[in-house]
Design a protein around this ligand. Sequence first.
Ligand code: BTN
Length: 254
Amino acid sequence: MQHLNTLFVGKVLLHFQELDSTNSHAQELLAKSKPVEGTIVLASAQPQGRGQHGSRWESEPGKNLTLSLILYPDFLPAWRNFVLNKAVSLAVRDCIAAFLPQKNVAIKWPNDIYVGDKKIGGILIQNTLQQSVIASTIIGIGLNINQTQFSAAVPNPTSLQLESGNEFALEIVLAALAERLEQYYLQLRAGNWEQLNTFYLQRLYRLGTNSVFQRIDGTVFRGVITGISDSGRLQISHDDFVETFDLKEVSFVH
Ligand code: BTN
């Protein structure tokens, strides 16, 4: 393992050749013990990888990073859980951007990581609440690193190798990711939520750009993303007013 320049993230690294899902494994660990904060569960192959909204996360064995990080952000009220999402998205975005300095790397709301108009990484956060705070969280991260072919079912995927033409050592990307996750988590713990908001907006895909959206009922409209509410809803300005959307209520057309 590459030397890790962190205080706690990844200091305990549980590396498996294969796990159905690192998030599910982390859930099992949390159900029967209290893993050290910062524990990372890593799998080289993850045949039942879970994505957002019950989708699947496809990853060719040995080519990518699929991992889950366990944290105890009990300083965070449950209603502010989206700021955790912001901190994690920024960490993953900055990690990818560090390896693709010439590319435009952005966060597509709520937490897809995009290079140009293609998805390179996804995040699945599972919080456990206790008395209105987040007692524990499992931060699942899938990053496409050296995979160059994807099944047709995966919408507009890309990888570090596809974007750069180079192959990457997974442990180097992992170390870079762990460092950024810790940096942003410490900012969150220090209460710098407004700064995280500002950074997140600076990195938001299509902020301020005229785009076409579709509501869940199928209606299509042209508008501009103007921001994100504290609770994480997407704010889109169109026809002289701002409409806010929850997950799944809206999608980009182009
Ligand atoms: C998405 O749909 O964009 C989120 C994908 C999250 C995938 C990661 S891979 C590691 C972790 N374990 C899982 O089963 N899913 C997450």
